[in-house]
Design a protein around this ligand. Structure first.
Ligand code: ADP
Ligand code: MG
Length: 281
């Protein structure tokens, strides 16, 4: 992958002029006003913004699950109008995304059947994905027999087994305890590095965004626009113990925090000559 300013030069995913207005039952909510950004092949981009700012709406539009009111999403050059074959989504509400009457292995296998893969290949991918999330022994359990963190790992395994080119994650760790969350963050970063998958990760947690991403896009309050894009110039090797206490980590989280605060007030981006932003100004 060739990198310029820490990001791939050829955009895989392009969101341009995206607008989403919900209408119905006499109500009209402009959730997303005007969003434009790109994600390069193999990039790890975090979107951070306050609750209710339209993050889930945006991700659903990117995943082809929701039709934008205006603007478009393009993947690999073509417009996204339905869920693209090479994309997998991990939602926040994993409890509802797993089928309780199916064993874990079957849950992970289901999208592979829909993909039309043969039995042997499916078994291989399921075992491999469950192994990568540390649940090799849980294939025969039912989701409700597992803890919340384990269920979320099943949801991640299901997305991985699918071998996506693009992984969309919508606040996937919001409902798990702090220790599990830290483990899952490292798991996702490890998988990103090993598999070269492109990740678009949505969170309201500033530290998580800085810890995980190569780039952080700060969203404003609803109706949403891009408040700022920030390159995360931390080393590729990151770990919970050292990265989070590094001076540069503190600078970056402060910068993102200021932008999120400004976004909440509806103010213009906070200027800071010392911060390295993308694109360079
Ligand atoms: P976030 O994920 O950032 O918390 P959402 O995308 O869920 O934000 O919601 C953004 C805004 O759109 C909110 O004001 C929310 O109430 C509204 N909204 C979301 N889904 C719908 C829907 N199906 N119908 C009407 N309004 C919606
Ligand atoms: Mg949401």
């Amino acid at each position: 992958m060739s990198l310029v300013e820490g990001r791939s030069v050829d955009p895989l995913l392009t969101v341009s002029g995206l607008r989403k207005v919900y209408e119905g039952a006499g109500r009209r909510v402009e959730a997303v006003r005007d969003l434009s950004f790109t994600v390069g092949a193999g990039e790890f981009v975090c979107l951070v913004g306050p609750s209710g700012c339209g993050k889930t709406t945006l991700l659903k539009c990117v995943g082809g699950l929701l039709r934008p009111t205006a603007g478009e999403v393009r993947l690999g050059g073509g417009p996204v109008t339905a869920p693209p074959p090479g994309m997998a989504v991990v939602f926040q509400e994993y409890g509802r995304s797993l089928f309780p009457w199916m064993r874990v292995g079957r849950n992970v296998e289901l999208p592979l059947r829909q993909k039309g893969l043969g039995g042997e290949r499916r078994r291989e991918l399921v075992a491999d994905a469950l192994g990568s999330v540390g649940l090799a022994d849980a294939a025969d359990a039912y989701p409700w027999q597992l803890s919340g963190g384990m269920q979320q790992r099943v949801a991640i395994a299901r997305a991985l087994a699918y071998e996506p080119d693009v992984l969309l994650m919508d606040e996937p760790f919001a409902a798990v305890d702090a220790q599990t969350r830290a483990d899952l963050e490292d798991l996702v970063r490890g998988l990103w590095r090993e598999r070269g998958v492109t990740v678009l990760f949505v969170t309201h947690d500033i530290d998580e965004a800085v810890y995980l991403g190569q780039r952080v896009i700060v969203l404003s309050s609803s109706p949403t626009v891009v408040q700022e894009e920030l390159a995360v110039d931390l080393p590729v090797e990151r770990d919970q113990l050292h990265t989070r206490v590094a001076p540069r980590f503190a600078e970056l989280r402060t910068r993102v925090y200021e932008q999120v605060q400004a976004a909440k007030r509806g103010a213009a981006p906070v200027e800071d000559a010392g911060a390295r932003t993308y694109p360079p100004r």
